[in-house]
Structures are given as structure tokens and as C-alpha cells.
Ligand binder design. Structure first.
Ligand SMILES: N[C@@H](CCC(=O)N[C@@H](CS)C(=O)NCC(=O)O)C(=O)O
Length: 206
């Protein structure tokens, strides 16, 4: 039996939840309603010495790092489909996954924390504004790079869309001024049609 550890409000847990749901896999979920900085699982530090979420236990194989977990699930359950086996589709999916965990995570986290995880009475508006400029620049890169594709790796949905789609939801739901991004917006609309996205990703940010 697969076991998933971590709260549903974590974007990194959400990616794994989305993959599990997309793949229609059964799993046991530990501490889905936890709050940031805590996990109500005795001995969790042995499972994940980083004390971060998510952790996945796939029948005794203990995995950390959300994107690696998404890759593992797609590779072992959906090779040739969600896990592409041809180049350049596989390479493109990998590139976009790494782009999300490095470039997007770096620019979205400061704004998310300053805005969503901070009470409005203590908002630092200058910091939010400065962070938003950098964040918007990141998604302007997505706008340019995705080109005419419907999905990040090409014309069909792959594992590469899971981290990126999760990040796009956060970006589109933060109360910030965004530039016009027609391709990213069309991509977001495409994601919203997926039942697994609705279940795993489309929940209130706070
Ligand atoms: N690179 C890790 C990052 C994991 C991470 O930073 N998780 C955050 C939540 S998104 C966390 O565990 N924060 C502390 C907590 O929630 O207790 C991954 O992709 O899984």
C-alpha cells in the first residue's frame, strides 16, 4: 500500500496527490490537515530527516522530494504515457519540472509567504511589490517558452505538467497584479478541466 505523508496545503504535497489521483492509485494519507511546521506522525524524522513534506512510502521504498516522487510514480505506473519514453518529450518534461522547483519556487515563495501566510495588518507592501516584479518575470518566461504548445512537453499532458500546473494555480490565485499572459492563462484553463487537478490543486491557498 502506498502511504503519503503531508498536509494538503503544501504545494509539494499537492503535486504528489495530483500524480496519485491522475494515476488512480489507492493510498493511505497521513496528516492531510496538518499545519505548517508540524507533522502528526511519530518518528517522522526517521522517514524524512529534512522534516519536510511530502514523503511517500511506496511499499517500503521511502521517497522524499516532490518532483522525484512524481517522476517515480509516473515512471513505475505510466511509462510511455505520463512518463514519456521518447525524446524530446521526456527531456522537455524534465526541464520544466526542474524549472518549477528552482526558478518558480525561488520567486513565488517570498510573495506567497509575504501575502498569504502573513496577516494583512503586517504586510510589507514594498517587499510584496518587489517580489511580484520578479515573480511576474518568471511567468513571462513561461509565456515565451511554452510557445504554441498545449502542455509543457508538447501536445499532450505529461508528468512535466504536474509541478508547473500546481505552481500556475498558486500564481493565478494570489492577489497580485499580473501582466497579460494569454498562453499561461490558456494553459491554466486546460489544467482546470482535469478532475485530478480540481481535487488535488484547486483548494483555497490560505
Ligand atoms: N524540495 C522539497 C521541499 C519540501 C518542502 O519545502 N516542503 C515544505 C512544504 S511545501 C515543508 O515541508 N515545510 C515545512 C512544513 O510544512 O512543516 C520537495 O520538493 O519536496
Amino acid at each position: 500500500m502506498i502511504k503519503l505523508y503531508g498536509r494538503r496545503t503544501s504545494i509539494n504535497v499537492q503535486k504528489v496527490l495530483w500524480a496519485l489521483t491522475e494515476l488512480d492509485l489507492e493510498f493511505e494519507w497521513f496528516d492531510p490537515d496538518g499545519v505548517f511546521g508540524t507533522i502528526d506522525v511519530p518518528g517522522y524524522d526517521a522517514l524524512n530527516p529534512n522534516m519536510r513534506v511530502p514523503t511517500l512510502d511506496d511499499d517500503g521504498l521511502i521517497l522524499r522530494q516532490s518532483n522525484a516522487i512524481v517522476r517515480h510514480l509516473c515512471r513505475t505506473r505510466s511509462k510511455g504515457d505520463l512518463y514519456p519514453t521518447n525524446e524530446p518529450e521526456l527531456a522537455e518534461a524534465e526541464v520544466w519540472m526542474d524549472w518549477q522547483i528552482t526558478e518558480v519556487q525561488t520567486t513565488i515563495t517570498p510573495v506567497f509567504w509575504a501575502l498569504v501566510r502573513t496577516p494583512p495588518e503586517t504586510w510589507d507592501l514594498d517587499a510584496i511589490k518587489a517580489g511580484t516584479v520578479k515573480l511576474n518575470a518568471t511567468f513571462e518566461i513561461m509565456e515565451a517558452m511554452i510557445g504554441a504548445r498545449d502542455y509543457v512537453a508538447g501536445p499532450r499532458f505529461t508528468m512535466g505538467d504536474i509541478p508547473v500546473g500546481a505552481a500556475v494555480y498558486r500564481y493565478m490565485n494570489m492577489d497580485i497584479e499580473r501582466p497579460s499572459l494569454p498562453r499561461v492563462e490558456a494553459y491554466f484553463e486546460r489544467m482546470k478541466e482535469r478532475p485530478a487537478y480540481q481535487t488535488a490543486i484547486m483548494i483555497p491557498l490560505a
